[in-house]
Design a protein around this ligand. Structure first.
Ligand code: SAM
Length: 221
C-alpha cells in the first residue's frame, strides 16, 4: 500500500493518542475512508495469509464457536465461518461492522459492535477458537496487559487462541504504528493461565517481508 495512505492513518491515530483517546481513531479512520478502502492500512479484502497458512497446516475446522477480535472488514471472520465455525466477530468501529454486514449480506457471521475493554459478560469462557490478528499491535503498550486479560477470558476450557502480530526484540525501537510486540509481552497470555502450544517467529511473504509472531495457546480444562 502507498506510504501516503499509511501516513494518513498514522496522522489520524496520532491526533487521537495525543488527546488521550487511544481508541477513537479507528472509527475516525473507517469514516474518513468512505468507499476508499486503500486508506485503511490493514484492509486487504481477503483473509490474512498467515491465518490461512496456520489453518491449513493444523487442519483446524469447526464445529464449535469462534470469535474474531477486532474484525475490521470481516474477511478473517468469513474464513472461519467457511471452515465450519459458528462465528462471532466484533469491532469497536460501528462503521467497520456496518461495512462488514454490507460486504457479506448472506453471511452467517454475527457481527457486533463491542469494545474489547468492556466486552459482553456472556462471552467469558465461551469460544472454542479465538483469533486475535493485528489488534494488539495497534494498541499502545500501556493497554496491552488489559487487552491480553480480556482476550484470554473469551477462550472456553479446552479451547484454542491464535495470536498473529508483528514481532520485535526488546532492544529494537518500537517504531511507528503498527507497534510490534516483544516475546515478553506475549508471555502475558501464559501469565493469564493459557498454555503455549506453538510459537512461530518468521518473516512473512509481504514485500518487504515483516517479522511475525504467530502463537497458539490452549485453555486447559
Ligand atoms: C489493525 S486492524 C485489524 C483488522 C483485522 N483483524 C484485519 O486483519 O484486517 C485492528 C482492528 O481492531 C479494531 N479495534 C481496535 N481497538 C479495539 C477495541 N478496543 N475493541 C474492539 N475492536 C478494536 C479496530 O477498529 C480495527 O478494525
Amino acid at each position: 500500500m502507498s506510504e501516503t495512505y499509511r501516513a494518513t492513518a498514522r496522522e489520524i491515530a496520532r491526533k487521537h493518542l495525543d488527546s488521550g483517546d487511544p481508541l477513537g481513531w479507528f472509527e475516525d479512520l473507517y469514516l474518513q475512508a468512505g468507499e476508499n478502502v486503500s486508506i485503511i492500512p490493514w484492509a486487504d479484502l481477503e483473509p490474512n495469509p498467515n491465518l490461512i497458512d496456520w489453518l491449513n497446516r493444523t487442519g483446524t475446522t469447526g464445529p464449535g464457536r469462534a470469535l474474531k477480535v477486532g474484525s475490521g472488514l470481516g474477511d478473517d471472520a468469513e474464513e472461519l465461518s467457511r471452515r465450519g465455525f459458528e462465528t462471532t466477530a466484533f469491532d469497536i468501529s460501528e462503521t467497520a461492522i456496518t461495512w462488514s454486514r454490507d460486504r457479506f449480506p448472506q453471511s452467517s457471521v454475527s457481527y457486533i459492535v463491542a469494545d474489547l475493554f468492556s466486552a459482553p459478560m456472556e462471552w467469558k469462557d465461551t469460544f472454542n477458537f479465538v483469533l486475535e490478528s493485528y489488534t494488539l499491535q495497534v494498541l499502545p503498550i500501556n493497554l496491552r496487559a488489559a487487552a491480553v486479560h480480556s482476550i484470554t477470558s473469551f477462550v472456553a476450557p479446552g479451547g484454542t487462541l491464535l495470536v498473529i502480530t508483528r514481532g520485535r526484540e526488546p532492544g529494537d525501537a518500537e517504531g511507528r504504528m503498527p507497534w510490534p510486540l516483544t516475546k515478553d509481552e506475549l508471555l502475558l497470555f501464559v501469565a493469564e493461565g493459557l498454555t503455549e502450544v506453538s510459537f512461530n517467529d518468521y518473516m512473512d511473504s509481504e514485500d518487504p517481508p515483516v517479522r511475525r509472531f504467530r502463537v497458539t495457546y490452549r485453555q486447559e480444562y
